[in-house]
Every structure is written in structure tokens, then in C-alpha cells.
Design a protein around this ligand. Structure first.
Ligand SMILES: Cc1ncc(COP(=O)(O)O)c(C=O)c1O
Length: 387
């Protein structure tokens, strides 16, 4: 750090110039990320309440109430008026809290958690931290978890099953109702990772899309991850963990005695945490309502359908599977997918590369002309590769 500070103007100028060439959502070039431009209202709200620390909740009882209301609104969306939980830093923290609760509620010594091969790597981080063994099971032809394989994997050490409602790679929804049955029959904790799908699936259902059950309406579901900083349009960081009831949330609660606001309870991984993230999510849920989110999801799906229609028209390219939500997997039997990704990135398309396909996420910042431009570039790249 330098001895004498710079003026605010100089610091801002330097930042503007240094960050200018980074990717920006409104360019439409970021088509491989699950994040997007926060809604303008959320930006306003976020900037206004930056000083609130929900780790010391005794100081901010009004914000504690807003968080409860936020969880209640999300719980209602996920068919549970009794849901209890928190707005956390993201899907990783939410998934970690779920496995932590599962471990604390179990009396077993060697703890195993069964999850699909498609589960997000945040579970590996969580398992490493918590000393859990992950048992990954294979997928069926539709890229969903193989239910028979899950049944076979259950043993005396199993404490939990994880199902995904919107996989990271392809946006596929596991047969959560089947997982719920297995969980109930074997008295196991079932966590549903709807980090991405939580803000999409319920609205798709209301829009008439065929969406299988994935939420608390299923009796075995103990907790759900639902991230406002993905399709919820909230500023980063805003993840969501919802437990079926207060008893489950309490499994990860700690009492802290020394804080300025008096003795308090924390049931998140972090101590000091952002109150303004919570307020921004509350504001968005109030402002957009179900109708607002439905409009956004409908628009994303229309563009997704267009993309999924256009890709197979290009010789040598295909989609991995029909999109369930606003995620498309682009594959090729003819060309090296890594080469296509490289060429796309050379043209500044920020795509996401999986081992056998390129993932495109049609987030709310992506517009029709971006998709058209992308298809043109893709055609051009394939032409040059000898298609
Ligand atoms: C299904 C799923 N779960 C969890 C996560 C982790 O979320 P975060 O990056 O907010 O920690 C992701 C991230 O993409 C995800 O796709």
C-alpha cells in the first residue's frame, strides 16, 4: 500500500480504465454463466443498505424480519409455508449447510451421501470439509439420476440423498419424487439443489410447461437450495437455503454471546453477513412478483427454444438433449467441441465448456439479436472448420 492516498477521482478513473475490457453482461457475449445483470431496483436497494450485518442480528431486528418474510415468500414458491432458512452467499454455502444439517441430525459415524454424477462440485467441497463420503451414481439416457442405482447405493452408512432440480450442465431435473420415496422409506435426509432451477421451474409450471415435482410438496424433501443471484436477478452474493421446518434449520444454529446487539443465533456458515443482499432479494420478490418472474422466464425460454432449433440446422452440430429450462448443450460428432469453444472465445463469446459439450445459458441479459449473432458466428466457425 502506498504511503499517501490518491484522490477519490483518481482511484475511480484508474478503476474504470482497468476494468473497461472485462466482459459485460449487456454486451450479450456472456452466454455461459448463470449470473446476470442485477435488476435496477436491486442495485438501488443494495447500495443503500450496505452497512447492515446480519451476523449481529440483534442490531437489525427489522432486517431479520425482512429475511423471515423473504424465506416465507420463497417457501410459498416451493410449496412450504413452514420453511425456515436464510439468504446466504450462494449455492455453495447453501449446499454445504444442507449436508452439515444432514450430518448433525444423523447419529451415524461413517457418513455417506448419495448424489448423481451431475451434482455440482460444491458438494465435493462440502464433503471434504465435513468428512463425508460421496457416492456418485450414474445417469439415465435423459441425464437424470438413475433411480435404481440410488436404491442400490443405500447402505447402513447413508445419511442423505441429493437430487438436482436444474443440473449445472444441462438444466435437467432429477426424478425427485422417486428420490423422495427412497428417502422416506429409508429415513434419509433428502436435499434438492435447485440453485438454478428454483427461480425457473415453478414459473415454467405456471406457464404450462411440463415440469415434474421437485419441491417441498414431496414429503421426503428436507431442504432446498434456491439462488436469487442466478435467475432471481439479485446482486451477488445471494444464495438461498430453505429447510422444511425450524427444527432442521436449528441443526446448524450456533449461539454467539458477545455481539453488540446482544446474544444472537447464527445458522449460516459465515458470521458477519450481508443484510443488504437480503433486502435486495426481498425488494425484488415484492416488486416483480410471480407475474414479473414468469415474464422473464418466458422470454428466456423463447430464446432458448430458438437456439435449440437453430443449432441442429448447422451441419455437424446438435443439441445434447431438449432443454428443460434455459440451458442448451451444444455437441458435435464431427468436430472437436474444444476447438469450437476456442473459436467462439476468440470471437469473445464467453461460453462454458464441459467435457463433451458447450453449455449455453440464456440468462435475462441475453436478447434475440445476441442469439442471432451467435448462430451466425457458429455457422462461420463451422464453415472454416470444414463443415
Ligand atoms: C446446481 C448448482 N448448485 C450449486 C451451484 C453453486 O452456486 P454458487 O456458485 O453460487 O456457489 C451452482 C453453480 O453454478 C449450480 O449450478
Amino acid at each position: 500500500m502506498q504511503n499517501k492516498g490518491l484522490s477519490q477521482n483518481l482511484v475511480l478513473k484508474e478503476l474504470e480504465s482497468r476494468l473497461r475490457n472485462d466482459f459485460a453482461y449487456d454486451s450479450g457475449k456472456i452466454i455461459g454463466s448463470m449470473c446476470t445483470c442485477p435488476h435496477p431496483l436491486a442495485r438501488k436497494v443494495y447500495n443503500r443498505f450496505l452497512d447492515i450485518n446480519l451476523g449481529d442480528s440483534g442490531l437489525f431486528p427489522a432486517v431479520v424480519k425482512l429475511e423471515k418474510e423473504t424465506i416465507h415468500m420463497l417457501g410459498t414458491l416451493l410449496s412450504n409455508l413452514e420453511a425456515s432458512g436464510h439468504i446466504v452467499t450462494g449455492g455453495t454455502e447453501a449446499n454445504t449447510l444442507a449436508l452439515w444439517a444432514a450430518k448433525k441430525l444423523s447419529k451415524k459415524k461413517q457418513c455417506e451421501v448419495i448424489m448423481p454424477a451431475s451434482a455440482h462440485y460444491s458438494f465435493d467441497k462440502a464433503a471434504d470439509l465435513l468428512g463425508l463420503r460421496i457416492v456418485r451414481v450414474g445417469l439415465n439416457d435423459g441425464f437424470q439420476v438413475d433411480v435404481e442405482a440410488v436404491k442400490k447405493a443405500v447402505n447402513l452408512n447413508t445419511i442423505a440423498i441429493v437430487g438436482i432440480a436444474g443440473t449445472t450442465g444441462l438444466g435437467v431435473v432429477d426424478p425427485i419424487s422417486e428420490l423422495s420415496k427412497i428417502a422416506v422409506e429409508n429415513d434419509l435426509y433428502l436435499h434438492v439443489d435447485a440453485a438454478f432451477g428454483g427461480f425457473v421451474l415453478s414459473f415454467l409450471k405456471e406457464l404450462g410447461f411440463n415440469v415434474s415435482d421437485f419441491d417441498f410438496a414431496l414429503p421426503g424433501v428436507c431442504s432446498i437450495t434456491i439462488d436469487p443471484h442466478k435467475m432471481g436477478l439479485a446482486p451477488i452474493p445471494a444464495g438461498g437455503i430453505l429447510f422444511r421446518n425450524e427444527r432442521l434449520r436449528k441443526a446448524v444454529a450456533w449461539n454467539v454471546s458477545y455481539l453488540a446487539g446482544g446474544e444472537t443465533e447464527q445458522a449460516t456458515f459465515v458470521g458477519t453477513r450481508s443484510g443488504t443482499s437480503v433486502i435486495a432479494v426481498w425488494a425484488l420478490l415484492k416488486h416483480l412478483g410471480r407475474e414479473g418472474y414468469k415474464r422473464i422466464v418466458r422470454r428466456c425460454m423463447r430464446l432458448t427454444e430458438k437456439l435449440a432449433e437453430e443449432i441442429p440446422k448447422i451441419k455437424g452440430l446438435d443439441i445434447v438433449t431438449e432443454p428443460t429450462m434455459n440451458i442448451v448443450g451444444l455437441k458435435s460428432e464431427v468436430f472437436d467441441i474444444r476447438q469450437i469453444a476456442k473459436e467462439l472465445r476468440f470471437r469473445k463469446w464467453a461460453v462454458s465448456l464441459f467435457p463433451n459439450y458447450i453449455r449455453i445459458v440464456v440468462m435475462p441479459h441475453v436478447r434475440k439479436h445476441h442469439i442471432e449473432r451467435f448462430i451466425e458466428d457458429l455457422k462461420d466457425i463451422i464453415d472454416k472448420l470444414g463443415g
